[in-house]
Structure formats: C-alpha cells, structure tokens
Write a protein that binds this ligand. Structure first.
Ligand SMILES: Cc1cc2nc3c(=O)[nH]c(=O)nc-3n(C[C@H](O)[C@H](O)[C@H](O)COP(=O)(O)O)c2cc1C
Length: 359
C-alpha cells in the first residue's frame, strides 16, 4: 500500500479539496496543527491582501472519527472565503441573473510566465480564467493541509521537517520590487531529520527518492530548479571533495559531511535530507509586460490582477509539505502497516536490525 494525494479546486471556486488515501488507521490528527500550517502558508513578507480575506481552516469530510484516522480515504476541504465575491463569475453551474461581482469579464490578456497563453491555446479558450484559476498556487493550501497529515505520520517514527527561506536580504528585495511594481523570487530549503536509511529505491526511476522529491517540488507553481544536497556545486568538485566518507561508531554508520543531502542512489542514507528549490519571480506584474490580446491579436499589456510581490516564505511552507508527503509515502511503502501500531512496530524492528541510529 502506498499513500496517494488527489486534489481539486480553483483559486476562486467554492473550495479546495484533497483526498489522502492509504493512511494507516489510528493516527491522531491535530486540527490546530493543520490550521497552524495553513496560517504559516498565508503569512510572509510580500503577499497580497487576499491573505487577509482568507483565514484558511481545514474541514474534514471523511476518513476521521474523533480525531483518529479510520484507515479509509481522508477528505480534506479548505474553503475559499473570497468565493462570495466571485459567486457569479466562478459559479460551478450556469449562473443566474445579471453578470455581477468579480470574474464576470473574460480575461483576454495573457501574462508572460503564467498558464494563460498555453492554457488558452491548449483548450481553445476565449476566457483565460478557465486556465489561470487552477494553475494558480491557491490550491497549495490544500497541499499544505495534506502535508500536515503526512508530518503527523512521520512524527510517529521520529521524523521531523523544517522548510525555510535561504535567500538573503529578501525583505529589501521585496520592498524595492514593490516600489517598482515588480516581483521577485528566491530560494527555499527543506530539511528532514530522523529519516532512516532505506526509503526509496534505486530499482526504478519512479521509486527513487531523489526523483520523487524533485518532482513534487518542480511540480509546484513557480519552482524552476531543485537541488539535493550540494546539487549544482557538486559538478565543479572532484570526487574526493564531493562524497561523504563513511564512518562507523557505537551509534552505527554515519557521515561527517552531507553533500549528498541524505540521498544516495535514490535511497535515503540516514543523514539529514536537504533539498532546495528555486522560485522564479511571480508572473503577475503591476507594471505589466508586453502581450497580445487573445480576442483581437493586437499588441497589449498583460493582465493586472491582485497578486503577491513575492511568495517565497509561503513556498517554504508548501515545499515542507510536499517533501513531507513524499517521505511519508516512501515510509508507508517501506513499513507497511494498515494500523499505525504495525507501521511503528515495523519501523522499530527495522531500526533495531540495521547499524544506524538517528543523531
Ligand atoms: C505560494 C505561491 C504563491 C503564488 N502567488 C502568485 C501570485 O500571487 N501571483 C502570480 O502571478 N503568481 C503566483 N505564484 C506563481 C504562479 O502560480 C506560477 O508562476 C504560474 O502558475 C505558472 O506556473 P510556473 O511558474 O510553474 O511555470 C505563486 C506560487 C506559489 C508557490
């Protein structure tokens, strides 16, 4: 059994939905911990006023009873409080009455760097909103909720994660960009401690932990590069400088350096997992770039819509959730257990068998 995550939801639709299947029964979930992560995603320097409209809270529709998982699919919902302003424009059914509120005018000015033009051509759209609503990173809210669930599962086997921004001087860059009606990106890092050796596999690309971690991050909006451990810098080093020598003491095998970022041959090696993601500057600019009107073909400026100047701090939280989900999935594959007790017992027996201990 593995863990799967399916999401649905548009940026200004009624709600975002996630279904997490494959969780063991008996895992205690803390609503406040999930909401705290949702709140962390909404904070951060450079975010738009939308974050004050929304105060994300998780609702659970299935898979949980009295705070414990049932071993059945867990259905998570995060409502879009802003939907009330888009009730006509984003009505799931043909809307009744006169066009009103936000989203009633079709969007025809594609933004460079967003889903707008590719989406319009791919689906033959007259209104770019049909593409941008799902492409928007708003749905990372429900990914963060699923990540919080994954973190609860990982905590049961002593694994903890932390996502943070590593770009220096971000606030100054954001202030300068805002003054110029521009946007910025940055770099975030996720570290996971307590990950035992042996998660993932070198057997196939699909099972490789490095591939899975990279895919989940690069599959997140605005992420254009991923580094595991020293990543790109390794290419300029000699082998003797690049690899982490193997040492052994009473605690088992360990390394003094961690340039591999805790993954070798697609398998966790017992060191801290260290992964970085590079985020491009956000595509919606208050001083728009050149574009062409979808309807007329005439040169025009790209769409200006309420938007963040930067969302790097939010990405750190999203990236933490994404990596947590992949690690939880790999742990579920390694340790099985449809009941939490069995999952934890399998982990304990494995760690007792191997010459390794968390440091
Ligand atoms: C947490 C987060 C918040 C974002 N907020 C915005 C935003 O306010 N405005 C915007 O233009 N892009 C924003 N983006 C980025 C776009 O969603 C993204 O650039 C776009 O969907 C195109 O996809 P791509 O950058 O992966 O190619 C955000 C991304 C993340 C991860």
């Amino acid at each position: 059994m593995t863990l799967t995550l399916t999401t649905a939801g548009e940026s200004h639709g009624p709600a975002l939905v996630a279904i997490v299947a494959g969780l063991p029964a008996g895992l205690v979930l803390d609503r406040n911990a999930i909401d705290a992560d949702l709140g962390r995603r909404q904070q951060g320097y450079g975010r738009s006023p939308r974050q004050q409209i929304e105060q994300d809270r998780v609702e659970v529709l299935a898979g949980l009873r009295h705070g414990r998982t049932l071993g059945t699919p867990l259905a998570l919902v995060v409502g879009n409080a802003d939907h009330k302003n888009w009730a006509w424009g984003m009505s799931p059914w043909p809307p009744e009455g006169e066009p009103r509120g936000k989203g009633k005018e079709p969007v025809t000015l594609p933004r460079p760097g967003h889903a707008d033009l590719a989406g319009a051509m791919k689906y033959g759209l007259d209104d770019i909103r049909d593409a941008l609503e799902r492409a928007s990173a708003r749905h990372t809210a429900v990914i963060v909720a699923a990540g919080a669930v994954a973190k609860a599962l990982l905590a049961a086997i002593g694994v903890s994660l932390e996502g943070r921004v590593v770009t220096e001087d971000l606030e100054r860059r954001i202030d300068e960009a805002r003054a110029d009606r521009d946007t910025v990106g940055g770099v975030v890092e996720v570290r996971a401690r307590g990950v035992p050796p042996g998660l993932g596999s070198y057997a196939t690309k699909e099972e490789r932990l490095d591939a899975r971690v990279a895919a989940t991050l690069v599959g997140t909006q605005a992420v254009k590069g991923v580094e595991i451990g020293e990543g790109f810098a390794l290419a300029g080093l000699r082998g003797s400088e690049a690899h982490d020598e193997i040492l052994r003491d009473e605690g088992g095998y360990h390394r003094e350096t961690n340039r591999a970022g805790g993954i070798e041959a697609g398998v966790s090696n017992g060191e801290e997992i260290v992964v970085r993601a590079a985020m491009k500057p956000l595509p919606t600019l208050m001083k728009p770039l050149r574009s062409a009107d979808l309807e007329t073909g005439e040169a025009a400026e790209a769409l200006v819509e309420r938007s963040d100047v930067a969302a790097v701090e939010a990405l750190a939280v999203v990236a933490e959730a994404c990596v947590a989900f992949e690690l939880a999935r790999a742990a579920r594959e390694k340790f099985g257990g449809d009941a939490l007790e069995d999952f934890v017992a399998a982990h304990r027996a494995y760690v007792e068998r191997i010459p390794w201990s968390p440091r």
